[in-house]
Ligand binder design. Structure first.
Ligand SMILES: Cc1ncc(COP(=O)(O)O)c(C=O)c1O
Length: 365
């Protein structure tokens, strides 16, 4: 059986450092925020090429706080993609703003910049591109539209730690970036975690205040805030993992390059990104209209797999109130019907990558 991800082998590879870091927090009793979180924030900001990184308790909280820190609220509209994890859209909803969907480009599977302007109204405040699967969005046209139309750009970089677009890291190009450290992410905590990145000191300050009950001074609440603080143990674990993130990312990229090579010429291979993008392969996805049959075949061959994601957000029941219907965003809908994720984790052995590719190739449809 080839697993889809393997969190245990990564833990074992750095066990002594992780265990010592966790014990260090227990002994310090800095269970919430504290010096381990502060040190991690510093190191993550530098990694993301931003001035500030603020640790929070999930990627969803990061998105929620980014929107609030940017002053987005009731009656505002935020443009995003329907081909994403539901959290992107839920965060807009938490901020009481309205999600407005724009279809994806069928090749990149990211929001199609050429369709954004048609979705802008006088209420539009921000564009929220999602670097899905770790593949950077084509940011230049989005940044150009945002500048010209005076909109903010909030990047959902939950899956894109270390991904680059023309040398710029995801999470540093827009006004604010949002990351998740859910355990299976490229940089994963051992529990929940997230971060907001920005070069704007006001947004950074507001995010820090809002994550901690809206207070700058204990028990004086200038804003209605939240308990969205990062835990000390998670900060310490992430701090250790920062030493390895580049090594792990390069391993993912090597596995992806090998998949690309072995699946070259096959109809179901997703097009690799252009050279100016550093895809970090949180997910390595192929596409096939015969997904059900392919999944059955892979299961028979002992290859675990996943679907990211099976339903576009405009067709999720939870968001029926937005009035989405089949056919509204045909490229996103097709992507949700055809996308299939193959095993991908840094510790994969070359023979496992080869075995997965052989299993895919042996599918006769
Ligand atoms: C694209 C995207 N946005 C947001 C999130 C939310 O992050 P979290 O699960 O840490 O709340 C995730 C992760 O699950 C995600 O993949």
């Amino acid at each position: 059986m080839i697993p889809f991800v393997d969190l245990k082998s990564q833990y074992l590879s750095i066990k002594s450092e992780i265990d010592a870091a966790v014990i260090g927090v227990l002994e310090s009793t800095q269970f919430v925020l504290g010096s381990a979180v502060a040190a991690f924030e510093k190191s993550f900001a530098s990694y993301c090429q931003t001035e500030h990184a603020i640790g929070v308790n999930s990627g969803t909280s990061a998105l929620h706080l980014a929107l609030l820190a940017a002053g987005i609220g009731e009656g505002d509209e935020v443009i995003t993609t329907p081909f994403t994890f539901v959290a992107t859209v839920s965060a807009i909803d938490y901020a009481r703003a309205k999600p407005v969907f724009v279809d994806i480009d069928p090749e990149s599977q990211s929001i199609d910049p050429s369709k954004i302007e048609a979705a802008i109204t006088p209420r539009t405040k921000a564009i929220m591109p999602v670097h899905l699967h770790g593949r950077p969005v084509d940011m230049d046209p989005i940044l150009e539209i945002a500048k010209r139309r005076k909109l903010l750009v909030i990047e959902d970089a939950a899956q894109a730690h270390g991904a680059e677009y023309k040398g710029r890291r995801c999470g540093s190009m827009g006004d604010i970036g949002c990351f998740s450290f859910y355990p299976g992410k490229n940089l994963g905590a051992y529990g929940e975690g997230g971060a907001v990145t920005t070069n704007n000191p006001e947004y950074a300050k507001m995010t820090r205040i809002l994550r901690d009950w809206g207070t700058d001074k204990k028990y004086y609440h200038d804003y209605k805030g939240f308990n969205y603080r990062m835990e000390g143990v998670q900060g310490a674990i992430l701090g250790v993992k920062m030493k390895y993130i580049e090594e792990w990312t390069e391993a993912r990229r090597r596995h992806a390059a090998r998949y690309d090579e072995l699946l070259a010429g096959q109809a179901y291979r997703a097009p690799p990104p252009p050279a100016h993008m550093r895809h970090v392969y949180h997910v390595y996805a192929i596409r096939t209209p015969k997904r059900e049959a392919m999944m059955k075949h892979l299961t028979e061959k002992g290859v675990q797999h996943g679907i990211h994601y099976p339903v576009p957000v405009h067709l999720q029941k939870a968001f029926a109130e937005l009035g989405g219907k089949p056919g509204d965003f045909p490229h996103a809908e097709r992507a949700t019907q055809e996308t299939l994720s193959l095993p991908m984790f840094p510790e994969m052995k070359p023979e496992q990558v080869d075995a997965v590719a052989a299993a895919v190739r042996s599918f006769s449809g």
